[in-house]
Design a protein around this ligand. Structure first.
Ligand SMILES: [Zn+2]
Length: 493
């Protein structure tokens, strides 16, 4: 995050949009009338729901006892990684053979011309005009209609870090490029970002099929399993030059990537086909804009905490909720499980925190350091989450249960969204803090982790499905906090 510097653009209008977003939370029943298009049946949607599928933490990865796919792979060493990759592209291709005609006006899906395995650590030759030596990559090459992967470095590394489902994720994305070539859903004039967003979206559609049990060789749970898959997408964005490489800067932020994946998972390939320059611009303009700013890390100290507290006070001031006290040492609280690194105590309306623990979370991620954190935004988002509970308490909303966790993530998203400069004037930033490039991705990484408070209730119980956590955060980020209380309106779940 960054403090607003003298030269930085400031919002000048106090827009009606911002005020409309701010006006609601203390009037929960009134708010439901304001929000349009949000289905809020009795009790609201189930919190433990992943786009209509039940949340489970069942097995994720290859199915045991299933015969390997019968699919030709050029250059294969017949090893374990190639076996995994072959089964993956086979399942993805089977899915598209079945799904493609429905999604694209009855057209048949032509099988991909060639699947190629290579070893980036060996001499090798050229593939689609690129030397394979040193090419730690997986890619689709349109000119030759082939999907290729590096079995020696990239795929084993991903599999070791995230589990075998990571290999399926990356190859489903590459197959997504083959799908868009066949469907003609990306035109000459479209940017790499459009093409990447669409491929991530197609990946989401395929993973819904896997989550529903329809894939022959793989399964994925809607809880932990999808968390891993979405973490892979975030990770690939984090290592430009090591992923799929047609334009390393244009894959979108982790937030963009996970969003596209979720659209495909929830709404299917037709939604992906709608992703054109305009659609992508609507969602990502602001992110591109931030990238013009300089990355700044705000160290976690008393001064910066005060600035964060002030931004929260401004974002939520029209709710009428009394701002909580902020105490920089852990405090006991009657009747509430203590949470770390930040806790909210409703009895005293106090947010208490451990500076040391918060500083650990603020440490940027480092390879080979299991103790490193997520970055400064992720740390401050924990503080924002406990602050959001104080606003809910003032509004008389329950502080325990999954809906409390999702409301919290949604409100943290709303706070984040109001710290963003918006070049097309849909909203004006609040206070003296701004999101820096990468902040939102830290938030997504923390949301997908298993130790964050951003989507946790007052007792620190996190909503089980990362999918639901990220959706709630995005709802607030995009639409402000008035939908937070209506979308997640059920009592303790
Ligand atoms: Zn791609």
């Amino acid at each position: 995050m960054a403090p607003v510097s003298a030269g930085a653009p400031r919002g000048t209008r106090v827009g009606g949009a911002v005020l409309a977003l701010l006006a609601c939370i203390s009037l929960v029943s009134g708010c439901s009338r304001v929000v349009s298009g949000t289905p809020t049946a009795e009790g609201g949607p189930a919190a433990d729901d992943v786009a209509g599928l039940p949340v489970n933490d069942g097995p994720t990865g290859p199915r045991a006892g299933v015969a390997d796919a019968d699919l030709a792979v050029e250059g294969t060493d017949r090893g374990e990684i190639d076996g995994l990759a072959r089964n993956a592209v086979s399942d993805v291709q089977d899915y598209w053979k079945a799904e493609f005609p429905d999604a694209f006006d009855g057209k048949e899906f032509d099988p991909v011309g060639k699947f190629v395995s290579y070893d980036s650590t060996a001499l090798g030759g050229a593939l689609c005009g690129q030397q394979t030596r040193g090419l730690s990559n997986a890619f689709y090459c349109g000119e030759e209609d082939l999907v290729a992967w590096d079995r020696a470095d990239l795929l084993p590394r991903l599999s070791n870090s995230f589990g075998p489902i990571a290999v399926v994720t990356v190859l489903a994305h590459e197959m997504g490029h083959a799908v868009q070539q066949r469907a003609g859903t990306v035109g000459e004039q479209d940017s790499t970002l459009v093409s990447e967003q669409q491929a991530d979206c197609f990946t989401g559609s395929f993973f819904r099929h896997v989550a529903e049990g329809g894939a022959q060789h793989f399964q994925v749970s809607t809880g932990d399993g999808l968390n891993q898959v979405m973490a892979v997408l975030s990770y690939i964005r984090d290592t430009p030059g090591e992923s799929d490489f047609t334009g390393a800067d244009a894959h979108g932020s982790a937030f963009d990537r996970v969003t596209a994946f979720q659209y495909g998972f929830s709404d299917g390939p037709k939604r992906c086909a709608e992703m054109d320059a305009e659609d992508v611009k609507q969602r990502t303009t602001q992110f591109r804009f931030w990238k013009q700013a300089q990355e700044t890390d705000l160290p976690v100290d008393e001064k910066n905490l005060a600035a964060v507290q002030e931004s929260l006070r401004l974002v939520f001031k029209d709710t009428g909720a009394l701002p909580p006290h902020l105490v920089t040492e852990p405090l006991a609280c009657a009747g509430v499980r203590s949470t770390s690194p930040v806790a909210y105590c409703p009895g005293t309306n106090t947010v208490s925190l451990s500076l040391d623990d918060l500083q650990r979370i603020a440490t940027p991620p480092a390879q080979d350091d299991a103790n490193s954190g997520y970055g400064d935004f992720a740390a401050y988002a924990q503080v924002a989450s406990r602050y959001a509970l104080s606003v809910q308490e003032a509004a008389g909303l329950p502080l325990t249960g999954q809906n409390a966790g999702l409301r919290t993530a949604c409100m943290v998203g709303a706070w984040s969204g109001l710290l963003v400069e918006d070049p097309i004037g849909r909203r004006n930033p609040v206070g003296e803090l701004r999101m820096a490039p990468g902040d939102i991705d830290e938030g997504v990484a923390a949301l997908l982790g298993d130790d964050s408070l951003i989507a946790a209730d007052v007792d620190g119980r996190q909503v089980p499905a990362g999918f639901a956590r990220v959706e709630a955060f995005r709802l607030g980020f995009q639409d402000g906090f008035s939908p937070c209380s209506t979308q997640y309106s059920a009592g303790p779940a």
